[in-house]
Design a protein around this ligand. Structure first.
Ligand SMILES: [Zn+2]
Length: 310
């Protein structure tokens, strides 16, 4: 998804990957002038762009890519990495949105926490197609995890889709037999309540890695939480805590006849800071028989930086 805004000699985009993570990218000078804006309007959606040769900087505590003299970009490149994007956005069609040129594209964490606040009742009444681009927040707590198929699965190293077949012949529905090792991937269905209503939010992939500060690979192979039906203590510790969920709608689910609600970030409700839990041993971890003393995970601090132009 590309949302562009045009300023003189400067062009900014917010890109979104299939994990719902956003990245701001800024083209300056000749790069800004050379960018073919018409292509954005003429190419069919989804438009996948590969940007190369950019300098990574920080803006308001978030990574920002700045163009250099060597910057290049490719529309809908024919590379294997695009397959996962094509598949994902085929299920969830997106359109390019042009932002007003004066808008402040990157919201501060405080603004994000308050952004489009909804109750669960209001979320259940929202038209998910009408609001498929909307990012919204909800104050709620996780009362339980629903994982009939476990909290992690072995995924295709190219597209993170669930693999079928056994240990000797793992196959991906898009990539057939995989050539490198399968990648453990988080998928947690959260049962949440705001005190009035109950629903499910989906927590998966990179968002879980950010919330727990650790890769699924680390949990499964280094910490030996191999059994996907046994919840690690760090996840059980998330239960019944008041939190702010940042959300968006995902793919349509025929079982519920609704679009799933995907968690894109979790904020602590009391401190107004992003939650970066350390793994602390819980006294009675829910359904965990394999609790072991664990080393604290490196916390991923989101630092608020004073406003400045990148
Ligand atoms: Zn695949």
């Amino acid at each position: 998804m590309v949302r562009g805004q045009t300023l003189e000699n400067k062009r900014e985009f917010m890109l979104e990957n299939i994990c719902g993570e956003e990245l701001r990218i800024t083209l300056w000078g000749d790069s800004a002038r050379d960018f073919d804006e018409l292509a954005l309007h003429n190419l069919p959606s989804p438009i996948i762009i590969a940007f190369a040769g950019f300098r990574v900087t920080e803006f308001k505590g978030k990574p920002n890519l700045n163009s250099t003299a060597a910057s290049l970009w490719y529309f809908n490149p024919d590379i294997p990495e695009c397959l996962a994007y094509k598949h994902f956005f085929a299920q969830l069609p997106v359109e390019i949105q042009q932002l007003p040129s004066s808008s402040n594209v990157v919201l501060s964490i405080e603004e994000q926490i308050k952004e489009n606040r909804r109750t669960i009742h209001e979320i259940l009444c929202m038209n998910s197609y009408e609001h498929k681009h909307l990012r919204f927040t909800c104050q709620a707590s996780i009362v339980d995890f629903d994982f009939p198929n476990g909290w992690w699965y072995l995924s295709c190293p190219k597209c993170n889709k669930k693999l079928s077949g056994g240990e000797k012949n793992y196959t991906c529905m898009d990539h057939d037999a995989i050539t490198s090792l399968p990648v453990p991937w988080f998928r947690l269905e959260c049962i949440v309540t705001d005190g009035e209503d109950v629903t499910n939010f989906l927590l998966f992939g990179k968002t879980v890695e950010n919330v727990f500060g650790s890769l699924a690979h680390h949990y499964v192979y280094d910490k030996k939480f191999i059994d996907p039906s046994v919840l690690p203590p760090a996840m059980a510790a998330k239960l019944n805590k008041c939190m702010i969920f940042q959300l968006r709608f995902g793919a349509f689910r025929s079982i519920t006849n609704r679009c799933e609600v995907i968690i894109t970030n979790i904020f602590d409700d009391t401190t107004n800071k992003s939650i970066h839990p350390l793994e602390t041993p819980t006294p009675e971890p829910k359904s965990s028989a394999t609790s072991k003393t664990s080393t604290p995970l490196s916390s991923m601090k989101q630092v608020l930086i004073a406003s400045s132009t990148p």
